[in-house]
Each structure stands twice: as structure tokens, then as C-alpha cells.
Ligand binder design. Structure first.
Ligand SMILES: Cc1cc2nc3c(=O)[nH]c(=O)nc-3n(C[C@H](O)[C@H](O)[C@H](O)COP(=O)(O)OP(=O)(O)OC[C@H]3O[C@@H](n4cnc5c(N)ncnc54)[C@H](O)[C@@H]3O)c2cc1C
Length: 460
């Protein structure tokens, strides 16, 4: 379905020719993680909240679907678009308006990327308190909309805990502005919370106010081989209770993931770790001598049989390589068309959950392989299930095995990547009727004509 020419012209009057990209320009753009992200006919790039407001009011009047987009790094299909819809990109709302080092708060446009914010904060000895592999492209607006987590969430919370205030344009063009820069504000219903994790289905976030934390480091970083997940959990607990180091990251990888990401690497001692069932990436800081403190904690863990082997990074290049081992998607390149699941489980139950899921998967289809990476301290693991050939059409079938005992363990089938299109059926299957009804009522109240990111998140 093509967009009516008069609407396109009216939008041009609002954002100007520089503010619009048509099919030809879109064909030349990188669609990001999902190849269907640029399926719409028109991408609009407003430069202000006022322009966003006027565009939304016009689209609501014409009943045209609007899909907000940031860096298109989302992993659940939330930014996918179709012909007849318009993409509303926040890429030109990319200004850091203020950064207050005393109050540790920044006010910025929703299109600022995580890397740009992190650099600006570092200049003041501060950090956004959140980090993950998509940092160079992911925008703050997109991260709030998916309530992103990442490697530091176990200490500093997910985006929900980082947000101090928001400016949001609603479907009818009205603007909610609550850009306070304080953590304590109890001024009636916390309506701005509705937009965190809403994946663009309730409104467009245009500006945000974020809490910052003091910059940490220098870090000591290590890759550590552990014989099983039980002992990885013990290591996680020991490190966090250690008075000698402050833990910045505790990531977990299955040995087969490490094998895939180090296959062409020259560093033999790191490749050797892949023989273990699990490898943890640890990063810590300490008041002095972080390397020596980490070596001491790991030495005690080795004597207690908690770890099998460890390599502590000796140079910045080695530290970066260790992070590359964790963040590289070699597994998906080698076996495209695999399935990703994003679950969290209370840490104490994580080993038994993964053991029973692996066994369910094996008995269901012994031809499927399982790769695990994740944020261990949060009990949040990303499960990649794949085969030598693409299995993209088997998402729901495997999802049933993934989610079988999650609720009874107190876990979640959607830890940090959002619902988008991918997990909509799972949400419909597992959320209770009261929650589903509430979600639909909130959606209808804020977006009565269903123009905001149509078809995403909220089950029909
Ligand atoms: C290599 C890699 C590693 C990752 N690691 C992690 C990780 O460790 N932890 C984690 O939590 N996530 C991770 N992610 C995914 C993460 O959710 C996204 O990177 C990010 O949160 C989305 O930001 P974005 O700007 O790319 O949004 P997009 O992908 O463009 O959009 C995501 C969703 O938000 C909506 N949206 C975007 N901007 C706005 C806005 N301004 N207002 C309203 N709605 C909006 C979109 O409509 C869509 O539904 C990773 C992604 C990659 C590629």
C-alpha cells in the first residue's frame, strides 16, 4: 500500500526535503540487525520535538502507522516496517543538551548513541552505567524503549533505573515533558514509566534525562575456565562478596561459543580455555593493584576447585580481545538462520534450568546445537539454538521447550531484548488474561487509532 502523495507532501512541509528519505535512498541504507527494518516507503528525520509532534498529529489524522527507529540494533523485530507505514528516525535528535557533573545527570536527544554519551560523560569522570555490544549504533531512545540491560545491569540496573525523566510525543501529537534531573520525584502516577520498555507502541521518546555514575577503572580482566555452571555461580557469588575487588562484569559463555570466536585467533592460551564447558569473563577494579587482587581471588578459587584455569589480560589489546571473544557473533555467521532466546532465571536456579533445558532440547531433536552467552550475575542467558541449515521457522516449537519451567522458577522469557514481533506469541501464551487485558486498555487509551508501531508487542 503506497502512502498518499498529499500526505508525503504535507510531511515535507513539516520536516523539509532534508528530513525525508524515499525508497531509493532507503535501498542504499544499512537496515541494521533485521533485514526488514527498512520495508516502509518513507523515512522521516525530524530535528525537534515540535516536528515530531506535527508529523504524528498528521499521521494519526490520516491513520498512517508510524514506527520509531533509533540505531536499528534491536533484536526482537520491534523496528521492522512495512509498505504503507512511515519510519520516524530519531537520528537528528542527537544533541547532548547538558551534562551536570555535580548532580551526575545528563539531558539529551533520544538519538544520541550510547558510545557518544559514554565519551561525553567520561570527559567529566562519569559513565552512563550501562554498556553492551551494540553501543556504537544503539540510541538512548531505543535503549529506553527496549529497557536495555547489558553487562552492568546487575550493579546499576536496566535503563528503567537510569532514566530520571522523559519527553514523549503521543500519537495525537501532544507532548508529555517530564525532564526532571532528580531521582526522588513522586508527583502522582508515574506515567512516564509506561514508555520505558514500550518499544515505540505508546509514543515517541524525543528527549531524556539520565542518571550518570562515577567512571570506574582501571580494570583487571580475565577469562576463566569453569567445569560447570554450578561452579560459575559460586565464582560469581564469591567475587561479589570479596571485599578486595569491585566487580564490573561477570559474563558467561559456553565452551563451544569460545571455540567459535577464537578459532582463527593466535593466542593459544585463550583458545585452550574453550575445552571447558563454560568460560567466564571477569572484569574488576580495586583501590590499588587490581591485577594482583584478581589473581589472588582466582588463586583461592582454583585451590577450592571452583575454576580450572584462568588468563589475566596483560595488555589493553588482550583485554579488548577478551571482550571480542564474548561479543563476537561468529556462531551466527557460521550457522545463519539460528534462533535466539533471551531468558533470565534466579541465579541459584540457573544451573538446573540450563541442565533441564539442554536435556529437553536433546530429546526433542538431537540434531540441534545449543550455544550460551550471557550476563551471569543477572541470571540472564542468551540461548542460541541452531543447526547446519537455517531453522528460522521453528521459533515457537523451540520456545515451548525454553519456557517450559521458567515461570515456576521465577524467571522471565524476555529478559532484556524486548517483545517486538518475535516474542508476541510467547507473551500471548504465557501472560495471564488480566495482564493482557490491561496492556490492551493502556494501548487503546494512549493510541486509540493504533498508529504507533502497529502490530508490535501488544497481542491482538
Ligand atoms: C551486538 C549487539 C549486542 C547487544 N547486546 C545487548 C545487551 O547486552 N543487552 C541488551 O539489553 N540489549 C542488547 N542489544 C539489543 C538492544 O536492545 C538494542 O541494541 C537497543 O536497546 C535498541 O536501541 P536502538 O536505538 O538500536 O533501537 P531500534 O533497534 O531502532 O528500536 C528498538 C525498538 O525501540 C523503538 N524505538 C526506538 N527509538 C525509539 C524512540 N525514540 N521512541 C520510542 N520508541 C523507540 C523501536 O520502534 C523498536 O521497537 C544488543 C544489540 C546488538 C546489535
Amino acid at each position: 500500500m503506497a502512502l498518499p502523495a498529499e500526505i508525503v507532501e504535507e510531511i515535507r512541509q513539516i520536516v523539509g526535503s532534508q528530513g525525508m528519505l524515499g525508497r531509493t535512498e532507503l535501498a542504499a541504507r544499512d537496515p541494521g540487525v533485521d533485514p526488514h527494518n527498512l520495508g516502509a516507503d518513507l523515512l522521516i528525520r525530524p530535528t525537534s520535538t515540535t516536528e515530531v509532534s506535527r508529523v504524528l498529529a498528521r499521521c494519526q489524522a490520516a491513520r498512517i502507522g508510524v514506527v520509531p527507529q533509533g540505531g536499528r540494533t534491536g533484536l526482537s523485530g520491534g523496528a521492522v516496517t512495512h509498505a504503507g507505514e512511515v519510519i520516524l528516525s530519531l537520528e537528528r535528535l542527537n544533541r547532548i543538551e547538558s551534562l551536570d557533573p555535580i548532580s551526575r545527570a545528563a539531558v539529551l536527544g533520544a538519538g544520541v548513541t550510547l558510545t557518544v554519551l559514554a565519551r561525553a560523560a567520561a570527559a567529566h569522570g562519569l559513565s552512563p552505567g550501562i554498556d553492551f555490544g551494540g553501543r556504537d549504533s544503539a540510541t538512548i531512545g531505543g535503549m529506553i524503549s527496549t529497557n536495555a540491560g547489558g553487562v552492568a545491569a546487575f550493579r546499576h540496573g536496566t535503563m528503567r533505573e537510569r532514566v530520571l525523566g522523559l519527553e514523549v510525543v503521543l500519537a495525537d501529537g501532544s507532548v508529555l515533558t517530564e525532564l526532571g534531573r532528580v531521582r526522588k520525584h513522586n508527583e502522582g502516577l508515574a506515567v512516564q514509566q509506561l514508555f520505558i520498555g514500550a518499544e515505540g507502541t505508546l509514543g515517541v521518546i524525543t528527549r531524556v534525562s539520565l542518571a550518570l555514575i562515577p567512571l570506574e577503572g582501571p580494570f583487571a580482566t580475565a577469562l576463566v575456565a569453569v567445569p560447570d555452571l554450578d561452579r560459575a555461580v559460586t565464582l560469581c557469588d564469591t567475587l561479589q562478596r570479596s571485599g578486595s575487588v569491585t566487580v564490573a562484569a561477570i559474563e558467561i559463555m559456553s565452551g563451544n561459543h569460545v571455540e567459535a570466536t577464537t578459532r582463527t585467533a593466535a593466542t593459544g592460551e585463550i583458545k585452550a580455555l574453550a575445552a571447558s564447558p563454560y568460560v567466564a569473563l571477569l572484569e574488576v577494579s580495586a583501590p590499588s593493584g587490581a591485577d594482583a587482587q584478581l589473581a589472588s581471588v582466582l588463586g583461592t578459587a582454583a585451590e577450592a576447585g571452583v575454576i580450572e584455569d584462568a588468563v589475566i589480560a596483560q595488555t589493553e589489546a588482550q583485554r579488548q580481545f577478551m571482550w571480542h571473544v564474548r561479543e563476537d557473533w561468529a556462531v551466527d555467521r557460521e550457522r545463519p538462520g539460528g534462533l535466539w532466546y533471551d531468558v533470565s532465571v534466579p541465579l541459584a536456579a540457573l544451573p538446573s534450568y540450563l541442565a533441564s533445558f539442554s536435556s529437553r532440547l536433546r530429546s526433542h531433536d538431537a540434531g540441534l546445537a545449543l550455544f550460551v552467552i550471557g550476563h551471569l550475575a543477572d541470571g540472564n542467558v542468551h540461548l542460541t539454538v541452531n543447526a547446519p541449515h537455517p531453522i528460522s521457522d521453528r521459533y515457537e516449537e523451540i520456545a515451548a521447550l525454553v519456557t517450559a519451567d521458567l515461570a515456576s522458577l521465577g524467571g522471565s522469557f524476555s529478559a532484556e531484548h524486548g517483545i517486538g514481533l518475535e516474542k508476541k506469541a510467547t507473551l500471548q501464551r504465557l501472560a495471564g488474561p488480566v495482564k493482557l487485558d490491561l496492556m490492551r486498555r493502556v494501548k487503546r487509551a494512549l493510541d486509540p487509532h493504533g498508529i504507533m508501531n502497529p502490530g508490535k508487542v501488544v497481542p491482538d
